[in-house]
Design a protein around this ligand. Structure first.
Ligand code: FUL
Length: 439
């Protein structure tokens, strides 16, 4: 979950111009425990805070600028939003990430290459030294059309980040660890590779968004995509905006998580310093809907068959491995007949499956391989697609079906396909938006 919070929250803007006064920041009821609690109840594992957005107001008392919480009326200048979030997240066992905007509309050093890069490095160091373990750092490629020209020393920034936090993931348009998906709608390409060629990427280059969205089967770098999207129209809280309808959030889930991506859903705290009730309710509905759909794999306890299996009956790679609870590291693998097409099928023991969603996962720890696949229900083609990756979710175009046999047929794959999990699921047709229950 992304938390866009800062000066813009108080000025009703999305991009502050950098001339705001620190005295405008005063979230009198701020409670980061509420933010983290909402995130945790939605099923979120990591929260990322905009420690500083383009207007350069710092949510922590940086020693390198006066434009921060220390000169605001909030807690008489003794507050620290980063600290409060980190403490709340640590208590709940949720990971923390930080966003530090490279584009700065406030500081006079912006545009002076060496001075500004040193200043930025100093602030990075402050954030990554002071607050314990930080799991993701978010480098935003955004810059206004009239922004002062500025050369960022990304190479130096990235090396220092890794030096200070060895297990951190660095996000930017170009990775190195996590890449932008190329849009802010929360939609990955229907073909979506975790691999890409980093040499073809440049941070902030608008011409590569299509490439970022799809990835590259011939890419030599493993840089999975992350879909950042806001629950509201804007990234920051505005009194006039409402959260998106539940149906739209569910669409986003299918088009991000269901297309081999991480979902980074932004939920902006309001000017009191709390997540608004309307967003809390929508997130409850969303979390409940995802649980309702995906908690039960209807194929649990079913029979499984496959075109072949590596090492024969006792080889440990039978199709039943795609139905066990240990998703990632146990998997079905076919025989080493690289040029053949392969399939795996789930057979119902009794009544058959009543389902309208199919979920497939590759053993992603051994790479992303599948290029083209089809789903058959009792011999009829009901869904098809290209890549699978960490997770592919198909909503069946025909709606709810009843079938005894559900087969995944792999048409093309780079090397042998390895399936760690497969299953039919059922999404209730009516989602009662009012109270979040499902009928
Ligand atoms: C963009 C920024 O300009 C937006 O304000 C927001 O922070 C979004 C996540 O990234 O590039």
């Amino acid at each position: 979950m992304f938390f866009h919070f800062g000066m813009n929250t108080f000025t009703d803007s999305e991009w502050g111009n950098g001339n705001e006064s620190s005295s405008q920041f005063n979230p009198t009821g701020l409670n980061a425990h509420q933010w983290v609690d909402v995130a945790s109840k939605t099923g979120v594992s990591l929260v990322i805070l905009t420690a500083k957005h383009h207007d350069w107001f710092c949510l922590w008392p940086s020693q390198y600028t006066q434009h921060s919480v220390k000169n605001s009326p909030w807690k008489n200048g003794h507050g620290d939003v980063v600290r409060e979030l980190v403490d709340a997240a640590n208590t709940s066992g949720i990971d923390v990430g930080l966003y530090l905007s490279p584009w700065d509309r406030h500081d006079k050093r912006y545009g002076l290459e060496l001075e500004y890069n040193e200043y930025y490095l100093a602030q990075l160091q402050e954030l990554l030294n002071r607050y314990g373990s930080v799991k993701e750092i978010w480098f935003d490629g955004a810059k206004g059309p009239n922004a002062t020209k500025m050369n960022y020393y990304f190479g130096d920034w990235f090396s220092m980040v890794k030096e200070l936090q060895s297990s951190i993931n660095i996000f930017s348009d170009a990775g190195p660890d996590v890449r932008w998906v190329g849009d802010e709608k929360g939609y990955a390409g229907s073909t979506c590779w975790s691999t890409i060629n980093r040499t073809s990427l440049r941070i902030g280059d608008g011409s590569i968004v299509g490439y970022l969205n799809v990835g590259d089967p011939r890419g030599t770098d493993w840089v999975p995509p992350e879909c950042d999207v806001s629950i509201r129209t804007g990234w920051f809280w505005h009194k006039s905006e409402e959260p998106k309808p539940l149906s739209q959030l569910i669409d986003i889930y299918y088009n991000s998580v269901g297309r081999n991506c991480l979902l980074l859903l932004n939920v902006p705290p309001n000017s009191t310093g709390l997540i608004s009730d309307a967003d809390v309710r929508r997130l409850q509905e969303f979390g409940r809907a995802i649980d309702t759909i995906f908690t039960t794999n209807l194929a649990e306890g079913s029979i499984s068959e496959a075109s072949s299996q590596r090492g024969g009956k006792n080889g440990g790679f039978g199709p039943e491995k795609a139905l066990d609870k240990d998703h990632l590291w146990t998997y079905w693998a076919p025989n080493n007949e690289a040029h053949k097409e392969h399939w795996i099928e789930i057979v119902a023991r009794e009544k058959g499956f009543r389902f309208n969603v199919e979920r497939i996962q590759e053993a992603i720890g051994l790479g992303q391989r599948i290029q083209s696949h089809e789903i058959y229900a009792d011999g009829n083609l009901v869904a098809n697609g290209t890549t699978i990756g960490n997770k592919r979710l198909h909503r069946l175009a025909l709606g709810t079906l009843q079938a005894h046999r559900v087969r995944l047929h792999i048409r093309e794959s780079r090397g042998l396909p390895l399936i760690s999990s497969i299953g039919p699921y059922w999404q209730p047709e009516k989602v009662n938006i009012k109270n979040g229950t499902h009928q």
